[in-house]
Design a protein around this ligand. Structure first.
Ligand SMILES: Cc1cc2nc3c(=O)[nH]c(=O)nc-3n(C[C@H](O)[C@H](O)[C@H](O)COP(=O)(O)OP(=O)(O)OC[C@H]3O[C@@H](n4cnc5c(N)ncnc54)[C@H](O)[C@@H]3O)c2cc1C
Length: 478
């Protein structure tokens, strides 16, 4: 890895030693994200003011220093790992949040955490729906860069649907604003949407204007269980056909339920142990919820083996806590996980359930799966043991087969995590050569020296061949 020591010394002269940090602890912390594949940077730039980003990028361009932008490093794909070394821009200090009560907009700094944005909105009767499970930790900059989703996607949409305007810097270090703090804007090319989901490769976001919606006053939670996965997925289709739009509709297959049960020592659904479940929540005005509740209860009666409505907010929270436990609990099935956030079109739900059953049988691996049924985004977790070569090979083959199948079914290799390093071997399954060439042309036009987050997306990186750090992160229990 190049040291970039002369360039770093120049940057330190410009921004000061408090901003440009090179101590071991800081370099270690910035060397990896939740994928835990470390690459050492030359310096961490702890940005205090947006203008410092421009200074760093202009110098990086002149001296050809790779730059990787970092929110909180919760990405599971390795997208925030500085694979080419160079400088890591840490934007956590840009964490301002201001709600415009009349316009229903939030003005936020890139480093603001999602939970802080939601709390500020709620305190004023507004609601910011995108809710990744990592929301206590992850930043809006990272969410916009990955077009993050979460459980609310089906009814409300994902991060993209709530971004009104963006401010930041082009890779060349020039300041830009895409859109204004108005809900309508139709002046020129829409580069705001090009930045959303661009994984820190087309620009650095320093601030955003977000759309809010009125906070739904009423919520109602129902747990349902099913004989098998195909029945659960087919039942979900019946629910959507009945024009019910749950705010959340979470599916846990048998493997996920068993993991949650072992982790909590309790049955997810008493008397229905080990059966796949759908946990759903209605949200809206009291009248809306009451109206949909009737349809949902009739649906549960007709399709589920059992159902139970939460009697209180506390009971509902306990049910959601079980859902959150299942992912971390999977590590008892293997010490390595390929966590694939694929998307399947609803019309292929039952076909996909049958495919997953075959994949589990053929690979001999545990592949617990859970996900968001209202938008087709399923988290398929291929578990294996790193020290067992046969399991590593089986996992590698299983992920390849999974990606080919979801694309053949008209779905996507990623619904919310993005490509980064982890999905780079599969980009060309999703996209034709012409599509990849168009994306690369845009990258080259905006970042002619290729300094911003290099080595990601277009270059194939097989994560399963790389050693991972044995570290526990604050969000690892989730
Ligand atoms: C326990 C857990 C649960 C999760 N659950 C979900 C979930 O439900 N839904 C979901 O969508 N994701 C989920 N994730 C993934 C992750 O939290 C999201 O991808 C999140 O958007 C990353 O935000 P971050 O601030 O940590 O960004 P980072 O991980 O630091 O960065 C992610 C990418 O964004 C770029 N980036 C960061 N900030 C900026 C910026 N200001 N300008 C330009 N580029 C930038 C980085 O360069 C990198 O490419 C989960 C992760 C964990 C660990």
């Amino acid at each position: 890895m190049k040291s970039y020591s002369a360039a770093t010394a120049q940057l330190r002269r410009r921004l000061g030693a408090k901003v440009v940090v090179t101590d071991e602890a800081a370099l270690h912390e910035a060397s990896f994200d939740s994928a835990k594949i470390p690459f050492r940077p030359a310096a961490v730039v702890r940005v205090r003011k947006a203008a410092e980003v421009g200074v760093a990028l202009q110098l990086a361009n002149r001296l050809r220093v790779p730059v990787t932008t970092r929110g909180r490093g919760t990405t599971l794909t390795g997208a925030a790992t500085p694979v080419r070394g160079g400088w890591v821009l840490d934007l956590l200090a840009l964490d301002n949040v201001k709600v415009d009560e009349e316009a229903g907009l939030a003005h936020v700094g890139a480093g603001a955490r999602i939970l802080a944005i939601q709390q500020a909105a709620e305190a004023r009767g507004w609601f910011y729906p995108p809710d990744p499970s990592s929301k206590e930790h992850c930043t809006i900059g990272g969410n916009i860069a990955c077009n993050a989703g979460g459980m609310h996607g089906g009814k409300y949409g994902v991060t993209r649907d709530f971004v009104v305007a963006l401010q930041g810097f082009l890779p060349t270090g020039e300041w830009v604003e895409w859109g204004t703090a108005t809900k309508k804007f139709s002046a020129g090319f829409n580069l705001r949407d090009l930045w959303i989901g661009s994984e820190g490769m087309l620009g650095v976001i320093t601030g955003a204007v977000l759309k809010l919606i009125p906070r739904p006053p009423e919520r109602w939670t129902l747990l349902t269980s099913f004989r098998d996965e195909a029945e659960a997925l087919s039942a979900a289709l019946a629910l959507f056909r009945a024009r019910v739009q749950p705010a959340i509709c979470e599916f846990l297959d048998r493997g996920s339920v068993l993991c949650a049960e072992r982790a909590t020592g309790k049955e997810v659904f008493p008397g229905q142990s080990g059966r796949p479940v759908i946990l759903l929540e209605l949200a809206g005005s009291a009248a809306e919820v009451a109206d949909q509740r009737e349809s949902v209860l009739a649906w549960a009666q007709a399709h589920a083996t059992a159902h139970r409505a939460a009697q209180s907010r506390e009971e509902a929270e306990q049910l959601w806590a079980v859902r959150r436990k299942c992912s971390g609990a999977m590590f008892e099935l293997g010490d390595a996980k390929l966590n694939e956030d694929i998307v399947v079109p609803m019309r292929n739900y039952v076909k996909f359930a049958r495919f997953l059953a075959r994949l589990k049988r053929d690979s001999g691996l545990h592949i617990p799966t859970f996900g968001h049924l209202a938008d087709g985004n399923l988290h398929v977790n291929i578990m294996y043991h790193k020290a067992v070569p046969a399991e590593c090979r089986a996992a590698e083959q299983a992920v390849q087969r999974l990606m080919e199948t979801v694309v053949a079914m008209g779905g996507s290799i990623s619904g919310e995590h993005g490509i980064g390093l982890a999905k780079s071997p599969f980009l060309r399954i999703q996209h034709s050569p012409a599509q990849v060439k168009a994306m690369q042309a845009i990258k080259h036009a905006l970042d002619p020296r290729g300094i911003l987050n290099p080595g990601k997306m277009f270059e194939v990186f097989e994560v399963w061949r790389h050693p991972r750090l044995e570290v526990k992160l604050p969000w690892d229990h989730k």
